[in-house]
Design a protein around this ligand. Sequence first.
Ligand code: OOG
Ligand code: NI
Length: 451
Amino acid sequence: MTTHMHPDKIRTLFSQAMSDMYRAEVPQYGTLMELVRDVNDAALKENPALKSRLEAAGELDRLDVERHGAIRLGTAQELAAIRRMFAVMGMFPVSYYDLSVAGIPVHSTAFRPVEQASLQANPFRVFTSLLRLDLVEDRALAEKSEQILSKRQIVTDGAFALIDMAEKQGGLTEEQAHKFVQEALETFRWHRDATVDAQTYEQLVAAHRLIADVVSFKGPHINHLTPRTLDIDAVQAQMPSRGIAPKAVIEGPPRRKTDILLRQTSFKALDEEVLFQGVAGSHTARFGEIEQRGVALTPAGREFYDKALTQTRDAASKSGADNYTALLEAAFSALPDDLETLRQERLAFFRYRATDKTLASKAENLSELIASGALIADPQIYEDFLPVSAAGIFQSNLGAEDQSNYSASANQDAFEAALGTKVIDEMALYAQIEIDSLTAALAQLGQSHLC
Ligand code: OOG
Ligand code: NI
């Protein structure tokens, strides 16, 4: 019997290879990685309680390898091919994001690992968008774009052969896995030679900068790789001293004692020199981003988040954006800011584990078990994305002047038809991890009556 390399291991090889390639292509990414490492080291030193909590929850190791990337695809066939490629690395499509509401003609999913052990090994994710030419008003340009896209092949023949093999064999040998990673990398490489002439490029830019970015090139160049920091405010503050200019506001929830969901900020990285059929020009595609991740919220917690964010944005658009942070903090002040209350009010998702404390009797409830030290509830890290934040990241890197008014038109069915499968519901994943961990921990403590 041949042994296969575990998909988690293939994913780790791939994310490392992507990081090396991106660092060579975009030097500011290397600078950012150093800054994030310094800030994380300092945060762990200053906060030993955080360090031991992350360590005990088995989360300290993933921090150094943790990052996400993003790509933008042109056709249904491309999305289906990318789905098969990511599946080899144990990454599956989770959630549907409609960006048309924010004037961006794409809809998206995030490919990521879904099992607890795989997330812990390496949670590498790729935010993957599909261009929606159906939203483009200029039908002639949409058709021309479709034609241009129909001529490119973004996955190499070598990669396809290995994907076929992985699907047939149920995995790849170590040698095949290394070859696969090298072939897969080709899909995400930057190409200086555009596939279109300068005039076509300008036409596409006039329709939307994002359309030009997808249609004009040989493949879906990775457009950012985002490390995870433990203190995004510190990174944001220190960026200028390392020659990086971040966008004005951090997307997502405000700074709080207990981190929730996801906070992100980004910066424009490169004005790239491009050749349009031999004629020199330029294009901005690649940028930098950092993020801080906190606990995943239940549907009730998420509803609070969505409402508070909408309220903040409405108020800020009336009063001008300078007091945005104050408005944001005010809107979130009613949300409990400690883990145990979030847990008791079922606003956030947790993962339970038993300690080796023995109990003399049957407990009345979970809170009692937790208070006794027999049961520990670790916060589940939010592994997904936030559509309003994603829109803000798209917009700040495309240039704020480029906001078209597409009418909001989510089309999850069309997206899933292109993908060739349904996207996984993120809430179901967190709920499953919570219930599985609780069932196992209670059994271990002889407290199964509390299940
Ligand atoms: C993706 C932007 C969204 C995030 O982290 O929310 C994103 C893109 O610009 O292609 O990266
Ligand atoms: Ni991102």
